[in-house]
Structures are given as C-alpha cells and as structure tokens.
Design a binder for this molecule. Structure first.
Ligand SMILES: NC(=O)c1ccc[n+]([C@@H]2O[C@H](COP(=O)([O-])OP(=O)(O)OC[C@H]3O[C@@H](n4cnc5c(N)ncnc54)[C@H](O)[C@@H]3O)[C@@H](O)[C@H]2O)c1
Length: 273
C-alpha cells in the first residue's frame, strides 16, 4: 500500500471515538503523525495505542473545543509535532441533543451549537498560526494543507428532531465555503463531509451518555431504509471507516484541486439529499 500522508502532521478533534478514532488510525497507517484531541482522556489514549500499532506516533491532548484556550493548546501540540506548522486539521468532534422543536430546551440548543458550530470555528481560528501564517511564510512555494469539517446529512436536508444539530451542521458548511475562499491563496483547502447514519456512540441505542442515541423505533426505520439503499451494509448503516476514507481523500494530495465542497456519504440515499 502506498502511503498518502507520509511526513504530514494532522490534528484530529473527537479522535477518541467513532469517526475520529477511525480517521486517526487510517491517517497513521498512511504515515501521518497525529494530535489526538478529545474531551475524554481514556478513549483518546486507546486511539494513541491504535496509532502506534499502525506504525506511526502522536500525542493525546485532552480539551474542550468550546474553550478557545483548549483549542490553542491542541494546535500548539500540532505545531510542536510538525516543526512549527500542521498539514491537516480534521474537525470531527460533535454531539447531539435531540428533541422536537416544541420540546427543545434553550440549554439543548445552546450546547449543540456551542460544540458543533462554535467548536469548529474555534479550532479553525486557533489554527491560524499553524496553517495560514505558516503558509504565508513559505516564500518558496506553499505546501498543500487541508481542513476537513464533519457536517451531517441533517445539515444538508434537515432532520425532524434535530433543529439544533441541523442548524449547527448547516452552519459548518457555511464555514467550509468561507474558509475555502479566504484561504485558497495560502494553498489551504477546506471541505465538509456530510455523513448519513454511521454506527458510533452517537447512533447507538445505549451508550455512556444517556442523552445520546436514537430511539429503538426510529432505529428500526433507519435500518430498513438503509438496508435498501445503504450499499449492502449488513447492519443497514455505514461504518466509521466509510467516513475516514473520505477524510483521507480530503487530507491527502489526491484532492489538491478540490475545495469548498460538501460530500454527502449516506450509501445510495441520494434522492433524499
Ligand atoms: N454517527 C453518525 O451517524 C454521524 C452522522 C453525521 C455526522 N456525524 C458527525 O461525525 C462526528 C463524529 O461523531 P461520531 O459519530 O464518531 O460520535 P462519537 O460520539 O463516537 O465521537 C465523537 C467524539 O467527540 C468527542 N467530543 C465531544 N464533544 C467534544 C468537545 N466539546 N471537545 C472535544 N471533544 C469532544 C467525544 O468525546 C467523542 O470521543 C460528529 O461531528 C458528528 O456530529 C456523525
């Protein structure tokens, strides 16, 4: 297998679980060094083990992307790994607090906007010295750099029960297109991936966070839909690796002429998006 990220340094938020963890492992298999950033330390440490097993290395930085000073620490760790700059920022951390409109609390609205939308903004702004400014100082040709934001099909088409999440994820796509335009001159690309249902803690029926997950009845419906249009996934849903593979494409030099895009990854559920 030829390695697509040899010599690159990637900062990945939400790298302790699910899509972020799969992306960290795949990036490590492709030669990247990784800053494994997550609010929870134990799963982040598990990811570091996977990164090492894959033959690469990295560091764990625990932090909350809602706090700008934590984002600065995460980026600083990347700059230390990368000799003053980073090559890839993958904003994967995210959270849900589902409720229909008439039942949603202000706290649920604020929390989901804060983590998904402001957290993504915070990380990008914190990355200015590591990406924009570093590129500006590369007088003999700017290296290709990439930002990958994880949106959702909810942010593209809306989703009943997710007004907070749909707004945050649609906002992320606005961020993606804006960064793509502002930072193109620095050879920095910015793309969104909008997954459909992927089997992780966010979509499991039971998890360590009682406020996450999808109710049993809704899950049955989703599995039925996906078994028909989910491209032969036996359980009906996609896997974290399905999204990690796209993060690899957007992070690698295979996509150096692609920016500002929102790539929906939801099997063959194409008519819905
Ligand atoms: N699973 C799906 O079906 C699906 C669909 C569409 C989009 N997404 C998005 O994919 C991304 C990854 O989700 P996942 O499904 O792998 O979920 P997950 O819960 O398995 O992983 C998310 C990780 O983010 C971390 N995190 C949460 N809040 C954080 C914060 N404030 N600061 C730092 N880290 C934080 C968590 O600790 C966790 O390890 C999220 O942005 C999510 O919204 C998931």
């Amino acid at each position: 297998m030829s390695k697509l990220l040899d010599g690159k340094v990637a900062v990945i938020t939400g790298a302790g679980r699910g899509i972020g963890q799969a992306t960290a492992e795949l990036y490590a298999q492709h030669g990247a060094k990784i800053v494994i950033a997550d609010i929870d330390e134990a799963p982040a440490n598990e990811t570091l083990e996977l990164v090492k097993k894959a033959g690469s290395d990295g560091v764990v930085v625990t932090g909350n992307i809602c706090k700008r000073e934590d984002c600065d620490r995460i980026i600083k760790a990347g700059m230390e790994l990368g000799g003053g700059s980073i090559d890839i920022l993958a904003n994967i951390a995210g959270i849900t607090r589902d409720a229909v409109i008439h039942k949603m609390t202000e706290a649920e609205w604020d929390f989901v906007i804060e983590v998904n939308l402001k957290g993504t903004y915070n990380m990008i702004q914190a990355s200015v010295p590591a990406m924009r400014d570093a590129a500006k100082n590369e007088t003999d040709g700017m290296k290709p750099r990439a930002i990958i934001n994880v949106s959702s099909t909810s942010g593209v088409k809306g989703n009943a029960g997710q007004i907070n999440y749909a707004a945050a994820k649609a906002g992320i796509n606005g961020i993606t297109r804006t960064v793509a335009k502002e930072w193109a001159r620095f050879n920095i690309r910015c793309n969104s991936i909008a997954p459909g249902f992927i089997e992780t803690r966010l979509t499991s029926e039971v998890s360590d966070d009682p406020k996450l997950g999808v109710p049993e009845q809704q899950m049955q419906m989703i599995k039925m839909m996906y078994s028909q249009t989910g491209l032969q996934r036996p359980e009906g849903m996609g896997k974290p690796i399905d999204i990690a593979n796209l993060a690899l494409f957007f992070g690698s030099d295979l996509s150096t002429y692609v920016s500002g895009q929102v790539l929906v990854a939801a099997g063959a559920m194409i008519d819905s998006y």
